[in-house]
Design a protein around this ligand. Sequence first.
Ligand SMILES: NC(=O)c1ccc[n+]([C@@H]2O[C@H](COP(=O)([O-])OP(=O)(O)OC[C@H]3O[C@@H](n4cnc5c(N)ncnc54)[C@H](O)[C@@H]3O)[C@@H](O)[C@H]2O)c1
Length: 439
Amino acid sequence: MPVAKQNEIAPAEGRLGVLLVGLGAVSTTFIAGVEAIKKGFAQPIGSLTQMGTIRLGKRTDNRVPLIKDFVPLAQLKDLVFGAWDIFPDSAYDAALNAGVLEKELLGQLKEPLRKIKPMKAVFDQTYVKRLSGTNVKTGKNKFELAQQLIDEIAEWKRKNKCSRLVMIWAASTEIFLKPHGVHKTLDSFEQAMRDNHKAIAPSMIYAYAALKSGIPFANGAPNLTVDIPALRSLADKNKLAICGKDFKTGQTLMKTIIAPGLKARMLGLHGWYSTNILGNRDGEVLDDPDSFKTKEESKLSVLEYILQPEVYPSLYKDFSHVVRINYYPPRGDNKEGWDNIDIFGWLGYPMQIKIDFLCRDSILAAPIVLDLALFLDLAQRVGMKGVQEWLSFYFKSPQTAPGLYPEHDIFIQLMKLKNTLRHLRGEDLITHLGLEYYD
Ligand SMILES: NC(=O)c1ccc[n+]([C@@H]2O[C@H](COP(=O)([O-])OP(=O)(O)OC[C@H]3O[C@@H](n4cnc5c(N)ncnc54)[C@H](O)[C@@H]3O)[C@@H](O)[C@H]2O)c1
């Protein structure tokens, strides 16, 4: 992840196009939110780029600027949104349908939201069994579909007068795919697209089109997508930033907040049972076992990495970890996540923690989309290429260099993110040693 010196950060001039794959609950809540904030109706709550600060130098220096004043990020007024979806509904209709935001608020944002009409999607029901739609591209093979996307992106950029673009996958979770031989090199990947090979999912076609078009790419779902050697090497070759996978919201966010605390206090864990009821389209897609498998893999790995049973066998060996998602339509986007955590303390005495999180998934995801769009664009202007591990903070299943285990502890992730920003601007990294205050 080589980085340039601070004076080499290109300014955020002109319009930044945010291309969203999928115009569902997350994307529309993000776009509507940005429009509401631009109009002064709301504050960007949950967004580190907009509300977060960063301490610089010693605690006694009193230098704590806002992150957005510290690094040159695109401004909200310069964001333009584009999207693809298998349904032709505008962002306004899709937002109404998603049912996350109140009708009254959406009514006030009707004008900008109505203008956003999704482009035809690259879609194949093999990969998302519970959906079918009409707003879908046709082509001879997957390679040709990728070329259609590449042409469309160039045209969209020109029409919307953007100086830069980023692409974020916020479409449905695809079925579980294992890395395949055809994912190994760019040549084999392109040949597989021409052969309509099953190992090439639609999300990979979008990622390929983005990377071919010089656009950084973030993956908000747990799909394999850009986490394959062929696309990683394409990102390196074209000097593009990539990151993923799966926005860290809801239950996993809570897990990565609480588990580091248990470990910090050397409290043991017998088991962690998590279940959710969820009634939105995402819940419906995840009701299909093949899509759920992709999600489950992403959700399950978190505790193993944080608790390190191999380092602390007497505390964490063989703990039981179960994750369930139940599709329950009446709930809509207002998920309820229950956690039962069986822990043990001094002399092995058992205790329990119960969490009932009445969570709003897309409300938690929208600011992540905003931050990723702005940070990916920053990474691009700095010249950071390949996997952006410093953005692990935003993901359930952070992408890392091959062979490197991911860091899931949210506090370490945040420190890494902020230290990366300090590094970019030539500031001292914060170690929290603090001996100098006692000299
Ligand atoms: N909401 C959260 O908190 C959260 C957290 C982590 C990950 N995610 C993931 O983000 C994604 C979006 O979540 P959501 O709640 O907005 O779901 P959603 O079902 O409301 O929206 C997804 C949209 O993607 C569209 N779509 C599916 N395949 C497509 C394709 N190939 N091309 C273009 N469009 C396509 C669907 O038609 C749908 O409108 C899901 O994969 C979800 O698992 C969401």
